[in-house]
Design a protein around this ligand. Structure first.
Ligand code: DGP
Length: 114
């Protein structure tokens, strides 16, 4: 299994502000927050991009969203609202090639995004 920056966060090798973790999924605060609340939800398994997700990983993908909603509630932004984003590849600005769901909230978010 390849070791990505986010695998190292998931294993504890690189420190992060962990908000949730279990055997499959980890959520932690983004080091460069774009909103008052900005955290990432990742699978421990280092899937590089959304393009690489396999049909048998559909449950894992769904779990990323369930954890996103749970941590959003924990962070107090469930009722006011929040945005989930998956950047896929260069044109979307993906910089870390380990699948991650951004969750942003705590301020009004413009649409369409840049
Ligand atoms: P993306 O552009 O979608 O690949 O977003 C990657 C995000 O990862 C970006 O918002 C910053 C965040 N990030 C990068 N390196 C680290 C790190 O070492 N720790 C934490 N907590 N977040 C990181």
């Amino acid at each position: 299994m390849s070791s990505t920056l986010f695998s190292k966060i998931a294993s504890g090798e690189i420190p992060a502000d962990i908000l949730y973790q279990d055997a499959e999924v980890v959520a932690f605060r983004d080091v460069s927050p774009q909103a008052p609340v900005h955290f990432l939800v990742i699978p421990r398994q280092p899937i590089p991009t959304l393009n690489a997700v396999q049909p048998e990983e559909a449950t894992l993908l769904g779990k990323l969203f369930l954890v996103a909603a749970q941590v959003a509630a924990q962070e107090g932004i469930a009722e006011s609202g929040y945005r989930t984003v998956v950047n896929c590849n260069a044109a979307a600005g993906q910089t870390v090639f380990h699948l991650h769901l951004h969750v942003l909230g705590g301020r009004p978010l413009n649409w369409p995004p840049g």
